[in-house]
Design a protein around this ligand. Sequence first.
Ligand code: HOZ
Length: 429
Amino acid sequence: MATGTLNAVAALRARAAAVMPGGVSSPVRAFRAVGGEAPFIVAGEGPRVIDADGRRYVDLVCSWGPLIAGHAHPAVVAAIARQLQRGTSYGMPSPLETELAEEIVDAFPSVEMVRFVSSGTEATMSALRVARAVTGRDAILKFAGCYHGHADPLLAKAGSGVATLSLPDSAGVPAAVARDTVTVAYNDLEAAARVARERPLAAIIVEPVAGNMGCVPPDRGFLEGLRALADETGAILVLDEVITGFRLARGGAQERFAVRADLTCLGKVIGGGLPVGAYGGARRLMKLVAPLGPVYQAGTLSGNPLAMAAGLATLALLDRAAYERLDFLGARLEDGLARAAADAGVPARVQRAGSLLTLFFTDRPVRNEDHARSSDLARFATFHRGMLVRGVLLPPSQFECLFLSLAHDEAVIDEVVSAARGALAEIAA
Ligand code: HOZ
């Protein structure tokens, strides 16, 4: 693909739009919520991406979370290259799967056995199947604004792209399937308790830190309350740690908030930038999965050796110092953005958990999807465009998190804050 030619991006965009809906492989990438045009990326280097016109951006998307080591980290590239020489897929067990499963079991005390799949969507969909099999119940409880992938039962009030495009839910979901999904507001433990006591639930599924309505941490006691509710009612507590797993801490949100899932869903970081997902839990639950038990689930590329190699190389970088560093960088960015907004006189609120954060254009705490939706979306769009022209690529939606990586350093964070000062000054004017 020719790069460096002025307007290469515009030509690529037109070609893509002719053959792919919206010209993209995932809806938020079409920039519909922020206006302007999505850059076409041809390379990533550490904390930056480069588009087909040769423009460089500080990348705060980080592939929506997997790139905790940054783009093309030498250790990850070397691990993939080594594996590449040995083949790309076997469709048979390989030792790398066991190694990665052992890392996960070691990091998550609630997980004794793991099944690898190819995406977070598959992980949550399969975890629900296990929950339904073990409880013999159909209904599930989810929280508005939490996104658990695009399986039919999980698209109700699904946050992420569904919220970004202002869709109520998705078309094409059978009414019979939708009936079994009950939704209440995130952080509303009372509403969750009411539902769980009224209706036998197979599962309560939640993002322990919501990352798909922007960054919304759990209120104190929310996760512990859900744990107690699941124990009381016999529902399976599914923690969707696709974003938080190995990002907030090695043991994810479960380590950070001292809460235990029955089933844990993982993805993103454990694949080091290659497609992967996983679900796991106690042996008594996971032994229901075929071939040990009657819950069927399979995949040609599941446990793919390239993804396993990239995941293992990434996890090898994530020691205590790495998490301290990510937290430090997150705090620096939080502080810088909050000060920049205050200095510009623009009402804004930065919410953060470790290295994921969101700048909401609102002056009140964002505790749930309604709060997130009531922030000033037009202002966010202006801010997004202002950052892009200043060389900073933000997720193109108020309802997604910024992600930092170990490749972002103090100088890069300061560059982002300085761009934000410019973009916010424009908004204030
Ligand atoms: N909506 C997902 C992130 N929360 C995926 C976005 C994408 O890959 O485009």
